[in-house]
Design a protein around this ligand. Structure first.
Ligand SMILES: C[S@@+](CC[C@H](N)C(=O)[O-])C[C@H]1O[C@@H](n2cnc3c(N)ncnc32)[C@H](O)[C@@H]1O
Length: 343
């Protein structure tokens, strides 16, 4: 371990403060279209030209650019033209990139930040914050879009060609996504796997309405539908080849988790597959400082006042086994586990 000193701890705190402000700077840049304009202007653009194009107040925009330069998000040439530092364009400018993180910044500032400010009373009372605005589900969707594309990539390219899930998706699977939010995953998969049909269920009516509208706009209503329903209310029996839960299992209240898993199990055909993508929470103190667990540790903190309780890998496996699932396979990618199990 590095030697600690007052100086090193002050530096650590300053870096946290700087990160907090950098995240806000990026959020401002995304909301005002600055990031998009910088991504388009590959050879660089002056603050003056940026302000003109976007109809923004030039002196403020200049300070934004200078600060982004200070944070080493932007570079600047001797003609004061700004552009993304190498590799930052794909992270903050290119929405089609699997490395794009604009949605993560959006949720950090516009959902989590507000919730953490409001969490003080819940720390005192131990109550659960039930006043979560449904409209925030669209920001959640924005933040999970890249993850859902990664899942599409996992199913269509990472799994071996002879993997039964990949084969089934290609030949034509019946697929249910439990906790589908606004239907990001089912829509994306429907575009990748033209022979398969998809149902998404979620208890939040706003998400179902917003997602159904997008499905219609994309002309996918023949193969994709969403239903307002919690996993504990599912009544399908032996209907699906694959059931998924993407960053949903940890959000299901502990008292109904096993009934959701039971229903997922029942909804699957014989030898059907469960695909669970979620965080696994550390069980040993050492692992709280293990970078592999960091996203889950931080997500649990973010969602404390919602009464959400994350599960460890062992607890997840135990629940799946108790439900009847077999052949549980798990891979970890950047702090997120992809789990598949067979009925
Ligand atoms: C973090 S969001 C993920 C949404 C979606 N899977 C995605 O990737 O964008 C978790 C979702 O779980 C849903 N959820 C909460 N309780 C649920 C339950 N009892 N059954 C099914 N879904 C539930 C929430 O409404 C929310 O849409």
């Amino acid at each position: 371990m590095k030697e600690l000193s007052t100086e090193s701890q002050l530096t650590k705190l300053n870096n946290y403060m700087k990160g907090f402000k950098a995240v806000h700077l990026i959020n401002i840049g995304r909301k005002l279209g600055i990031l998009e304009a910088l991504w388009e202007a590959k050879d660089g653009i002056s603050a003056e030209e940026l302000a003109f194009r976007l109809g923004l107040h030039e002196p403020y925009l200049k300070i934004w650019c200078q600060t982004a330069y200070c944070f080493e998000i932007l570079d600047c040439d001797d003609q004061e033209r700004y552009k993304f530092q190498p590799y930052f364009g794909e992270v903050l400018g290119d929405e089609s990139s699997l490395n794009y993180r604009g949605g993560a910044v959006n949720i950090a500032v516009n959902v989590t930040g507000q919730r953490l400010i409001e969490s003080l009373d819940y720390y005192r009372s131990g109550k659960i914050n039930e006043s979560y605005p449904q409209q925030r589900s669209e920001i959640v969707s924005d933040s999970t879009r890249v993850l859902n594309r990664h899942i599409g990539f996992y199913l269509s390219a990472m799994l071996p060609q002879d993997d039964p899930i990949r084969q089934k998706m290609n030949s034509g699977a019946q697929f249910i996504d439990i906790g589908c939010g606004c239907g990001e995953l089912v829509m994306h998969l429907a575009q990748l796997f033209k022979n398969s049909s998809f149902v998404g269920v979620d208890p939040v009516s706003y998400s179902i309405e917003a997602g159904s509208k997008k499905i219609q706009e994309a002309g996918l209503e023949g193969r994709v539908s969403l239903e307002k329903m919690g996993g504990e209310e599912i009544t399908y029996e032996e209907e699906f080849d694959i059931a998924s839960m993407v960053v949903t299992f940890h959000e299901i209240p502990p008292d109904i988790r096993s009934s959701v898993l039971d229903n997922a199990y029942k909804s699957l055909k014989k030898e059907g597959k469960l695909l669970l993508v979620d965080f696994s929470y550390p069980e040993s103190l050492n692992d709280f400082r293990n970078p592999a667990f960091e996203p889950g540790v931080i997500d649990q903190f973010d969602e404390t006042s919602l009464g959400i309780i994350h599960l460890s890998a062992r607890q997840q496996d135990e629940m799946l086994t108790k439900t009847g699932f077999k052949d549980i396979q798990r891979i970890s990618v950047q702090g997120m586990d992809i789990l598949n199990a067979t009925k």
